[in-house]
Structure formats: C-alpha cells, structure tokens
Design a protein around this ligand. Structure first.
Ligand code: PEP
Length: 253
C-alpha cells in the first residue's frame, strides 16, 4: 500500500514567529495520521531545525527541505548540501520544483544529479514534474512529462525507485487558482505510473506515491485525492493557512 501524502510547500514565506505559530496550530490540531498517511512540511532552510523539533513527536509528520545543491561541497556560496541536510536528520527534499526550473535554470540533467545525491545521503526526493500552458494547449503534456522523468530519474536503480515520491504540478495551475480537473490529474498520474512501470515494472510503479500540485484547496482536495492514481497533494498557498491545510490533510484517502 503506497503512502497518501499531504505536503506543504511554504516557499519563501512567513517570518520565524509566523512559522512557529503555524506549526503549533498543525501539531495541536485534531488530525490523526495513520501509518498510510504522511504529512510533509517543506519549510525554508532557516526554519528546518525549529519545525523539526516541534514535529518530531507527531506520528507521520516530517519536515522537508525545498531544495539542495547538485554538488557534494565546495565553493558554492549560498548553497545547502545533501550532507548538511542529512546531518540535521532531514529525510525529505523537494527537487525540481517549477520555480527552481524557471528562476534558477535547473534543467533535467542538474535535477538528475540532485536526485542521485539526495538518495546517496538517504534523503527521499519529492521530484516535481509538469508542463507549461502552451504544451498543455498543444496536447503534448504526456511526452513532455515523460522526457522529464526519463532524463532525471531513469538512472536510478530498482531499489531507489521503490517508494519514491513524484509530484505532478502542471505549471499553469501553480499559484494561479486554476486547478487541473480531477480527471486531468488522474489521466496524467496514470501516464506517469505507466512510464515508470515500463522501465521498472508494474510492482515498483505501484509503490510510487504520485502527488498532485496546483491550486489544491480544502474545497477541491477530496475530489482530486479520490482518484486511484492520485496519492495526495503538494500544496503551496493553501498550506500557509492552518485550517485550510488541516482540511486538506483530512481529505487524504
Ligand atoms: C506549489 O508551490 O507546489 C503549488 C502547487 O502551489 P499552489 O498550491 O499555490 O498552486
């Protein structure tokens, strides 16, 4: 049974006091996570340890980094390495978010290195993929996403691909209020699972959690998460509001 996951992506938002307040609200909420559920809080680097300490005793809740460097160490001012994250016992990292791809020019090759390094350090990637609007409008989204997966993930071993996390985030739906319909999400998630099954076999593909991201809110989460190949969501804006995110967590299957 693969995990059903609600992942919050705070991006570069909240001051420290607000971050602590939001974490407190989540920790003290009435959500009961079972073994099949996982909540990830992808918080800015400076808050990782604080939020980790606050959530360490909450079953199924973990912190997640939003990015990591593509090289092991060296003269890369401002970068944060996998070794540093591992040293803080951070278990998850988002890799390949469309904002990293667009504003920081991270291409499929760079992301392939990041994924490999993260796994070498025992950190589980939440690998993001997804197409821009023009690709969706020309109905080429399946081959676009397939290339992203092939170029950034297909160097991984069978073992590394087991229990992997992928987030499908159509770029046209991120922060725009425009959500893919639950049928559009299901169609792409089934395609992603088929692409993985082709390379790694059906059994491994069935263990991969595929999250949907793009304007997920408390009002649409249940419908989107009800689809068989949608295993939860990666949530930006709505994860900054405690009640919204708590209701999204409660919408997990
Ligand atoms: C995201 O940042 O990954 C995201 C999906 O943002 P939003 O939920 O705000 O669209």
């Amino acid at each position: 049974m693969r995990k059903q996951i609600a992942a919050a992506n705070w991006k570069m938002n909240l001051n420290l006091q607000q971050a602590i307040e939001l974490t407190n609200q989540l920790v003290n909420s009435d959500i009961h996570l079972n073994e099949e559920h996982q909540v990830l809080l992808a918080v800015p680097f400076p808050y990782l340890l604080t939020v980790k300490e606050m959530t360490d005793n909450v079953l199924g809740m973990s912190v997640c980094a939003q990015n990591m460097a593509s090289t092991k160490n060296g003269a890369f001012t401002g970068e944060v390495s996998g070794e540093m994250l591992r040293g803080m016992n951070i278990e998850f990292v988002i890799i390949g978010h469309s904002e990293r791809r667009e504003y920081f020019h991270e291409n499929n090759d760079i992301l392939a290195s990041k994924v490999k390094l993260a796994l070498e350090y025992g950190i589980k990637p939440v690998f993001c993929c997804g197409e821009p609007l023009d690709i969706r409008e020309s109905n080429e989204q399946n081959s676009f996403v397939e290339i992203q997966l092939k170029e950034s993930l297909f160097h991984l071993t069978d073992n590394q691909m087991k229990n992997f996390i992928i987030a499908y985030e159509p770029i046209w739906a991120i922060g725009t209020g425009k959500t893919a319909t639950s049928d559009q999400a299901q169609e792409m998630h089934a395609h992603i699972r088929a692409v993985i099954a082709n390379k790694y076999g059906k059994e491994i593909a069935e263990t991969v959690s595929i999250l949907y991201g793009g304007s997920v809110k408390a009002t649409n989460a249940k419908d989107i998460f009800s689809k068989p190949d949608v295993d939860g969501g990666l949530v930006g804006g709505a994860s900054l509001v405690a009640d919204e995110f708590i209701n999204i967590i409660k919408s997990l299957q």
